[in-house]
Unconditional design. Structure first.
Length: 161
């Protein structure tokens, strides 16, 4: 079992080749560094996606809403897993790595503006392919100080020889 401090990320787990992942099922990947969720980040995501719901983009109205402030879009939180994944896991000798998709995604709790978030990861199923390896990484996005995670996703990546 790997132990990590609440404020210091572990070093990235680096695998030399895709085949090295075949023995990695169940590996605890530790945690990433923290990212602050600013209103600017939320607004930029709203602009990019067209989702301008007031609970995300209207601080004056949101202070009287169910969360007492604006919150990040669930899909913004999910999209951060793409930034977090290389902090958790890398494969060096590949021609390319691709996001293949996700299995299950859940958003158990909101991410209020001003929150700090980070991810932890565990290697799930690893499957050998003709040209590389497919790996499922279970990523949990935590909100500092919150007892419940903000997002849990089974992220699927392919690392091609």
């Amino acid at each position: 079992m790997r132990v990590y401090s609440a404020n210091v990320p572990l070093m990235t787990m680096i695998y030399d080749t895709p085949k090295d992942l075949l023995s990695a099922e169940g590996t605890d990947l530790g945690c990433t560094g923290w990212i602050e969720i600013t209103q600017e980040r939320i607004d930029l995501f709203a602009e990019a996606t067209g989702d301008h719901q007031w609970i995300h983009t209207k601080p004056d109205k949101a202070k009287d809403g169910p969360f007492g402030t604006t919150i990040a879009h669930g899909y913004l939180t999910l999209s951060l897993t793409n930034q977090f994944l290389p902090e958790l896991l890398q494969v060096t000798n590949i021609s390319m790595g691709v996001n293949y998709g996700v299995n299950k995604v859940r958003f158990p709790s909101p991410v209020p503006v001003g929150s700090l978030v980070r991810a932890t990861g565990t290697v799930g199923e690893v499957t050998e392919l003709d040209d590389g390896v497919q790996v499922v990484v279970i990523i949990t996005v935590e909100v500092q100080g919150s007892p419940k995670p903000a997002c849990i996703v089974e992220s699927i990546s392919r690392f091609i020889n």
